[in-house]
Design a protein. Structure first.
Length: 305
């Protein structure tokens, strides 16, 4: 049986789930303390709670270069449905300096530490724990659902298991080579060549290739484990977008197949390419956003788990 992986260089924090609501608040206060003066005030970790442990708690993990503000509206809608909602800031994200190079120092160990912390907190917030993430956040959600038995449902929204364009032949092999190249080459800040000219006012102007490599390595851990066993979560929800220009959908779909092969319950919902949705279907401050269309569908899918 697979256990939670440990980095060879940095140990993850103890897997000590909060025993109750009060302990969850204590652990959340420690997480909040990481949001120093360099963090954009709107990007600090957030908790939308009901003042008690509820039947369901959900962790919403934002995408890389974005921050918890991405889920401000969507999290409120889930809170209105009775969820306690935890929206934690991902390491190296959400800084005031939108041109920062901080993502170049992101590591898989840091992402695993972050994931362990947020699930420990969520255990005290709800009888059932759901974890949802978009893009890089979807990879972290998958990692948690694969290895943490406390997770009842894993929700992957446009997860970034591959960043190369889908290929009919050798798709995963090419993606694996791209990951190796990102690990081997010096860090490159993509804004040096093609800065983001659109997007929310708290998002970064580009990625760091080393940060992308950290995310992909975490995804590789999940994919390797899925070849051997089902995730610990009771149910997995994969949401893909057939018009997504940023991720390699076939890799995520193959991962879902591996889970099903081991007896896992997997639900796959695909937004049609005809809707011409952008990659980030969550943040209402993204140009060309269609949250009036995507939010009701996502809420119904999550509420039904």
């Amino acid at each position: 049986m697979d256990s939670v992986p440990r980095s060879s260089t940095t140990l993850s924090p103890p897997v000590v789930p909060a025993k109750d609501y009060a302990e969850a608040l204590e652990q959340f206060a420690a997480l909040q303390a990481l949001d120093d003066d360099e963090v954009n005030p709107v990007c600090r970790s957030a908790l939308l709670d009901h003042g008690r442990r509820t039947d369901r708690a959900i962790v919403l993990i934002h995408g890389m270069t974005n921050c918890p503000q991405q889920y401000a509206q969507f999290g409120k809608l889930l809170h209105d449905k009775g969820f306690n909602v935890l929206i934690p800031r991902m390491p190296k994200n959400g800084l005031k300096d939108r041109n920062t190079k901080a993502l170049g120092t992101l590591t898989p160990a840091a992402l695993e530490t972050y994931g362990t912390q947020v699930i420990n907190i969520a255990c005290g917030l709800g009888e059932r724990v759901l974890v949802a993430g978009i893009s890089a956040g979807g990879v972290i959600a998958a990692w948690l659902a694969q290895f943490r038995p406390e997770v009842d449902a894993g929700i992957l929204i446009a997860p970034s298991f591959g960043i190369t364009p889908p290929l009919r032949v050798g798709n995963e092999a090419v993606s694996n080579v791209a990951t190796l190249l990102l690990r081997a080459l010096p860090n490159i800040m993509t804004q040096r060549f093609k800065p983001f000219t659109e997007g929310p006012p708290y998002g970064y102007f580009g990625f760091a290739t080393k940060g992308l490599a950290a995310m992909l390595r975490m995804g590789d851990e999940v994919r390797r484990a899925a070849r051997r066993q089902a995730p610990k979560a009771r149910v997995m929800l994969l949401v893909t977008n057939d018009a997504d220009p940023a991720v390699n959908n076939p890799i995520a779909i193959h991962l879902a197949y591996e889970w099903e092969r081991h007896g896992a319950r997997v639900i796959h919902y695909a937004f049609s390419a005809e809707r011409k949705l952008i990659h980030d279907i969550i943040d209402p401050q993204q140009p060309r956003q269609q949250v009036a269309f995507t939010y009701p569908i996502l809420l119904e899918l999550i509420d039904g788990l």
